[in-house]
Design a protein around this ligand. Structure first.
Ligand SMILES: NC(=O)c1ccc[n+]([C@@H]2O[C@H](COP(=O)([O-])OP(=O)(O)OC[C@H]3O[C@@H](n4cnc5c(N)ncnc54)[C@H](OP(=O)(O)O)[C@@H]3O)[C@@H](O)[C@H]2O)c1
Length: 328
C-alpha cells in the first residue's frame, strides 16, 4: 500500500521511523513539509529523507508543494499530519478534500478538519467509496475510535468522560503531589516538553473541548461545535483547592464530559476520589464510556508523543488495507 505523508514534524517523523523499522508492507511515495516535497512511485528512501530533514531543515524539492503531492503523487492513502488550526481547519481540510476527490483514503491526526467538518468529510468519503479515519485526533495512542466502532459495536453509548489533555493532567498531578502552584507546575511541564511555549489552548480547556466535539460527533452522529461546549480551564486553580480535595481523599482532574440525555457537554475541573478510574497520573489520558450492554469501560494510555501517535495512524492505515484494498 502506498502512502503520501504531509507533515514531517514529531508525528510525521514518528511514522517514518516506524515504517523504516517494521516490515508492514507500506511504501511512502509522496512526502511534504511546509517548504518542500518529493515524489517517487517506487518508494522514497526513508533514512535518506530523515537525514536530509535533520541536516537541511527540509525534506525534498523546494519547487514541489504539499498540494502537488496531494494532486499528483501516486498513492492509496493520504496521511495528513500538518499542524492543527482549530479556527479554520486549513490548509489541512483542503488537502483532505482534494485527496478524497481523487478517490484516495485519508488518515489524519489533525483535530481542525475533524472538529469543524466531520459530517461533510465523512459524507464526501462515502460518496467516493473511500475511508476517512482520525484515530490519532483523540487520546493519542488510545484506540478509542476502533473500540467504539468494533469492540462496542451494537452498544448504545450513554455517556463519555475523559482526561483528554496530558498537559493539564501533568500540571494537576504535580500540583497535588508536590504542593506546587499552578505557575510552578506549568514551568515544570514546559521544561519537560509537555507544554507548548504558548499553553493557552491546553490550560484553558480548549484542546480537551475540541476532542470532546470529535468524540460526540463520532459517537452520536451529531453536529456539535466548539461553541456548544461549556469550558473551564485549570489556569485559575489554586493550591488551596487541591489541598481541600486532598483532605477528603480526593484530587482534581480536568474532565471532558458528554451526556446527551442530560444535555451535558462540558470541560471543567472536577473533584474525584483518588481511586476513581479516571484519576491517572502525569501526561496520561483516560476515557470512560458508559454503554447499555458492556457497562462501563475505561481506556488509559499515552495521549501524545511521536511514536504513540504513529501507532494510532498506522492502525488506521492497516485497517483501511484490511477493509478496502483487499476488497472485504
Ligand atoms: N505531537 C503529538 O503528540 C500529537 C498527538 C496527536 C495529534 N497531533 C496532531 O498531529 C499533527 C502534527 O503534529 P506534530 O506534533 O507532528 O506537529 P509539528 O511538529 O508542528 O509538525 C508539523 C509538520 O507539518 C509541516 N507543515 C506545516 N504546514 C504545512 C503545509 N502547509 N504543508 C505541508 N506540511 C506542512 C511542518 O513543516 P516544517 O517541518 O517545514 O515546519 C512540520 O513538518 C497536528 O495537527 C497535531 O495537533 C500531534
Amino acid at each position: 500500500m502506498k502512502l503520501a505523508i504531509l507533515g514531517m514534524g514529531a508525528v510525521g517523523r514518528g511514522i517514518l521511523e516506524v515504517l523504516d523499522g517494521k516490515e508492514l508492507g507500506l511504501t511512502v511515495t509522496g512526502l511534504a513539509d511546509s517548504k518542500s516535497g518529493l515524489m517517487d512511485r517506487d518508494g522514497i528512501h526513508i533514512e535518506e529523507v530523515l537525514a536530509a530533514k535533520r541536516e537541511r531543515g527540509f525534506c525534498g524539492d523546494k519547487y514541489i508543494s504539499a498540494t502537488d503531492i496531494v494532486e499528483q503523487a501516486d498513492y492509496d492513502v493520504l496521511v495528513e499530519v500538518t499542524p492543527t488550526d482549530a479556527r479554520t481547519g486549513e490548509p489541512a481540510t483542503g488537502f483532505i478534500k482534494a485527496a478524497i476527490g481523487r478517490g484516495k483514503h485519508v488518515v489524519t491526526s489533525n483535530k481542525g478538519p475533524v472538529a469543524l467538518h466531520h459530517a461533510v468529510l465523512q459524507s464526501m468519503a462515502r460518496k467516493h467509496g473511500v475511508a476517512f479515519r482520525y484515530e490519532a485526533t483523540v487520546g493519542g495512542a488510545i484506540p478509542i475510535m476502533h473500540t467504539l466502532e468494533h469492540g462496542l459495536a451494537g452498544n448504545r453509548v450513554l455517556a463519555v468522560f475523559g482526561i483528554l489533555n496530558g498537559t493539564c493532567n501533568f500540571i494537576l498531578t504535580r500540583m497535588a503531589a508536590e504542593n506546587l502552584t499552578y505557575d510552578q507546575a506549568l514551568l515544570e511541564a514546559r521544561e519537560m516538553g509537555y507544554a507548548e511555549a504558548d499553553p493557552t489552548y491546553d490550560v484553558k480547556g480548549i484542546d480537551a473541548a475540541i476532542k470532546l466535539v470529535i468524540l460526540s460527533n463520532t459517537i452520536w452522529k451529531r453536529n456539535v461545535k466548539l461553541d456548544d461546549v461549556g469550558i473551564t480551564g485549570i489556569d485559575m486553580l489554586t493550591t488551596d483547592a487541591l489541598r481541600l480535595a486532598e483532605e477528603q481523599h480526593c484530587t482534581i482532574r480536568l474532565i471532558a464530559e458528554a451526556v446527551p440525555e442530560r444535555g451535558i457537554l462540558r470541560v471543567a475541573p472536577r473533584v474525584l476520589p483518588k481511586n476513581h478510574p479516571l484519576v491517572v497520573d502525569g501526561s496520561l489520558n483516560a476515557i470512560t464510556l458508559e454503554t447499555d450492554m458492556a457497562g462501563e469501560i475505561t481506556l488509559i494510555g499515552k495521549g501524545a508523543g511521536s511514536r504513540e501517535t504513529a501507532s494510532a495512524i498506522i492502525g488506521d492505515v492497516l485497517f483501511i488495507r484490511e477493509m478496502h484494498v483487499r476488497g472485504h
